[in-house]
Design a protein around this ligand. Structure first.
Ligand SMILES: Cc1ncc(COP(=O)(O)O)c(C=O)c1O
Length: 375
């Protein structure tokens, strides 16, 4: 059965809506495909678990050969320990005494590395780790163009020198999230150019750090849209994609995946049909989030319908999702629809559990173990 047909087959099997459904077969295929790409390119794969936040999915990624997991928050790492993960990278600045205490407690159980971009973040971790006789592996965060966190490449050697001098830390290299490769592009060719530009900047930066006599064995990039290029770039050692497990409407709009590759979607019910141009469903921002399509030239929609390419969720309030309906649309109150969200990661974080489908039948329910673990 095609993925689209199997999605529509579970529409009526879902006991109540709104509900997030995961197709286990498609999920496994996405996990295996990324693992095969990374292996073929000779790169380590460290998926970002913030997309799924589930022990069940983490186990599948580890079984497929992932080196470990990345998380954003210590709470995510703690919640995912039952997966058996023994190597966790926290790719987010750890700031504050409470978090540093939890970081060190976690590091006593499994290998934990962190990334940071400032001595003001590094020094308290260094002091606390040194006082306990521990060494925390650190990647220096580089800003390759997203302009979020990270030092610009011209400041990397100086920052790395000062990091390398701190006790309790072990400088391991450089890390970036090259999200600009998606937001700046609308075609796969443009994304490819942006991806290789980020890879080149990262490899040059690591080489400059090594030329200064400092250690930088790891060159780590992380983004679903660029992963297939990153795995082919010489000098890159690790890729950390997250969204690839499920994909979403943004990845489809970028040509990174087709609708058949999308493993997660939301089933909602039409609750109002106030006029010919609008259908309102029971999935608003508390289900779909209000994240919009991240593609330069695309309309800023919150989601699209699986089987009706001209029906988009154009607006959300907390409990209302407004679908703009084209002339002659056949939606009626009580009808169920399958929505592919524009950004799947916050959608998963908004639900306690997901329904698991296989070949058009519901077969299981999985807890979203790290749901809401934002500390
Ligand atoms: C630091 C970091 N690494 C990796 C990723 C994975 O990116 P994606 O979900 O596009 O695969 C993200 C996404 O937000 C991130 O912030």
């Amino acid at each position: 059965m095609s993925t689209i047909a199997s999605r529509l087959a579970v529409l009526d099997a879902v006991p109540d809506t709104p509900a997030v459904v995961i197709d286990r077969g498609v999920l496994q295929r996405n996990i295996d495909a990324m693992a095969a790409d990374a292996k073929a390119g000779g790169k380590a794969l460290r998926p970002h678990a913030k997309t799924h936040k589930m022990v069940a999915v983490a186990r599948m990624q580890l079984a497929a050969g992932s080196r470990g997991l990345q998380v954003a928050k210590i709470g995510e790492a703690e919640a995912l320990l039952p997966s058996g993960v023994d190597d966790i990278f926290i790719g987010y600045p750890i700031v504050g005494a409470a978090k540093i205490a939890r970081l060190l407690a976690l590091a006593e159980r499994v290998r934990v590395s962190v990334s940071l971009d400032d001595l003001a973040v590094a020094e308290p971790i260094s002091r606390a780790a040194a006082a306990r006789g521990m060494r925390i592996p650190v990647l220096l965060e580089i800003n390759t163009g997203m302009d979020r966190v990270g030092v610009t490449p011209d400041r990397a050697v100086e920052t790395a020198r000062r990091l390398a001098d701190l006790p309790g830390l072990e400088l391991r290299g450089v890390k970036t999230h090259e999200g600009q490769a998606l937001s700046r592009s609308s075609t796969v060719a443009e994304t490819e150019r942006e991806a290789y530009a980020a890879c080149a900047l990262m490899v040059e930066t690591a080489e400059a750090i090594r030329a200064a006599g400092l250690p930088a064995p790891e060159v780590s990039l992380g983004c679903t849209g660029t992963a297939r290029f990153d795995v082919r770039a010489p000098g890159v050692t690790e890729v950390r994609p997250g969204t690839y497990v499920f994909y979403d409407a943004t990845q489809v709009a970028h040509g990174q995946a087709t609708l058949e590759d999308v493993a997660a979607w939301v089933i909602a019910t039409v609750v109002s049909r106030p006029d010919a141009e609008r259908a309102v469903v029971d999935a608003g921002s508390k289900v779909l989030s209000s994240d919009r399509l991240n593609q330069r030239d695309a309309p800023p929609i919150v989601g699209r319908l699986v089987d009706r390419p001209d029906h988009h969720v154009v607006r959300v309030n907390e409990e209302h999702g407004v679908i703009a309906t084209p002339p002659g649309a056949q939606l009626r109150i009580g009808d169920r629809v399958a929505i592919v969200p524009s950004h799947i990661c916050p959608v998963v974080n908004l639900t306690d559990e997901v329904l698991v489908a296989e070949d058009g039948a519901l077969v299981d329910t999985w807890r979203v173990d790290a749901r809401g673990r934002v500390r």
